[in-house]
Design a protein around this ligand. Sequence first.
Ligand code: 5AD
Ligand code: FES
Length: 350
Amino acid sequence: MHTLITEIRDKQNITKEQLQLLLETDDQEMIEELMVCAGTEAQKVYGNKVYMRGLIEFTNYCKNNCIYCGIRRDNCYVDRYRLTKDQILDCCQSGYRLGFRTFVLQGGEDPFYTDDLICEIVSEIKHQHPDCAITLSIGEKSREAYERYFAAGAERYLLRHETADKAHYEKLHPKEMSFDNRIRCLHDLKEIGYQTGCGFMVGSPYQTVDTLYEDFCLIKELEPEMCGIGPFIPQADTPFGKEPAGTLEMTLRLLSIIRLIHPTVLLPATTALGTIHPLGREKGILAGANVVMPNLSPVGVRKKYLLYDNKICTGEEASECCGCMMRRMQGIGYEVVVDRGDHPLYDKKR
Ligand code: 5AD
Ligand code: FES
């Protein structure tokens, strides 16, 4: 194998020069080796298992105005919805019957869901399904709020950092949002004891090798249990609506590099990756990813949670999407598991 790749694997680190080379090379053989090597590393930790999480997109109201995002506050074309506590519990119930033991509650930053209400929802899910893990993905909150959700039973939290380069962050977000606060959130989550996920979009406007290198430095420093990356895809009603999308090729290379420098990380092959290429998620798994997140949201709201255009899986019932995902993963020789799928180094605190 190419020494560049074995060196990155053995050191579990990458220099900016190596990153640049891997992202810019046309040497298909080397890229193929990179992906095979990352796939092998994933298999060393997780075998041929792919963890499946049930995603529930429970609100598309958002007080933020991120320039890239389809559900940003200023997008007046969005048909806004909120799921009630009972609707969320119903989603979990049907997910549970399908075998899911991890639920990811994702939403815009919607003040309608007060900290009390979030805690109530989390504890009720835990009460009904004590054997399930709950992941929250509801944005930037105070440390106290994160502590309360954790006490209520949420054990995992996803908050993509979006970019670890402050100047780049400020090009993707309006002035009212703060890079420092976002990083503060991630450190708080880690300290509280969440299995914490950061992440970024691939090919977001103004992204460069330098900003990506910063992303890798953050990953090395934070040591997140999870890392969500997927291609940026323009949404027509946002200011970035005419920007080019991130590519499959670049996303796969970055997934592989993340696996090599941080071998135990839970790494999803995202819906966005499946959106830019019909076999994107399969290719993502083969390049080192080990998580998929089919949608359990009610079919009636799915087309409304459009962070980007042409999103897949918006017409299917939960069971169809789940069956489809299983077939897809089996098709590439992987076994789908629906158990909690904790990070291997996570000592269960409760
Ligand atoms: N394309 C791809 N991903 C997007 N996200 C938001 N908007 C887009 C887009 N246009 C991602 C962000 C966010 C996650 C929930 O979805 O990274 O953290
Ligand atoms: Fe959702 Fe195929 S994975 S429909």
